[in-house]
Design a binder for this molecule. Sequence first.
Ligand code: ZN
Length: 433
Amino acid sequence: MNTSKKDKIVVILGSTATGKSDLSIQLATRFNGEIINSDSMQLYKNVDIVTNKHPIDERKGVPHHLMDFLPLTDSYNLSLFEKDCNQKIKDLLQNRKLPIIVGGTHYYLQALFNKTIPEEYSRDLWTEEERNFLKENQNNSHVLHEELKRVDPVIASKWHPNDITKIYNMLKIYYSTKKKPSEIYLSQEFSMKYDVLFLWVYSKPEILNKRLDDRVDKMFERGALDEINFLYEKFKEYNICENREEKMKSGIWQVIGFKEFLPWLEDGCKDPEKFEEGKEIMKIKTRQYAKSQIKWIKKTLIPDIKGKSLFVLDASDLGKWSDVVENRAVEITRSFLNDLDINKFEQTPEELSDLLDKKKLQKLQNINNPIQLKLNISQFICDKCKDKQGNPIVIIGKDKFKEHLNSNKHKHTLQYIAKKRKYEEWKKQQEGK
Ligand SMILES: [Zn+2]
């Protein structure tokens, strides 16, 4: 497959408050781009401050898509994003615009992958027995884990028996497909729908944390309080206070900066201490969120894309922005769009080299299926034997690997390598004569 035949898009990722939006405008104005938002909260209409939408007067007229359109009553998910985002990309490409995807909901980026595993599994295939078993034991992680051990010991060994959600989901996959989840995962191959350039705007944690706190304070200076009150009115209006706990986990109500203030709001907004408390929790949640965003990039995205076409931009010192973020991003993007070699650029600035573990990346690039790494299934690579595609073969499990080392296939490979070496030595001698 020739990747250069695929359409080119740019993705700007990174945690909150690193300056992704600023960079997106800078690239869009230079490369005839338009923005596609991939932040799940910014999809919603109104509440611009609390959701951190880039102010319109700072957008320099660059159109922003999939932003500010969803009614507060609606919920949204990855499947919807996948449909909307890919349609937008198609529209923009047709109009000869460069699609630039920007946002902090990093798992939405899966919309750019070709996937072979369906996200939702049909319950129709569950037997009566399976249905009852799951229903009766949904809170009994030990029993669920025992069952998973029976049907798929490989996947069961990867999770702690207390990790009930994961165990439950694995059983659901098994009952729906009658296939072992570990085998489904291992057979899944990732490829990208597009030729994607990933630009990761990064800021060192000690600096970022300060910036996140400041951002929360600034939100209130800009009028976040009005939005919080507005949200509370809507919250009451939609009569969703009954099953509140559930509702708080979906849609706009998950936004950081609303539920933290509920105790204060429900108390009639009288107690300034409760307000300050809400603000403190909001700051803590914002920091936790930023941390989880980075974790997702490291643990999920990088293995999926095998660390390819991803470049880190150091936004720690905003005084150096135009040099180390803007100009670097412009140079890389220009090469990318002109089909020039982007590998000549360092993937990370030297100071941040530990963000991309080179050894691990090399290992990843030798692996057909990065999910193995994510599942942490012990895998062994025979660097002598190759598969049909010429990649080193990967063997799952220590015992299987031992078996391989004693196999005829492996022995033949060793013999072949020895013969080849001898022949090459002989040839050299002949040439030397
Ligand atoms: Zn071998």
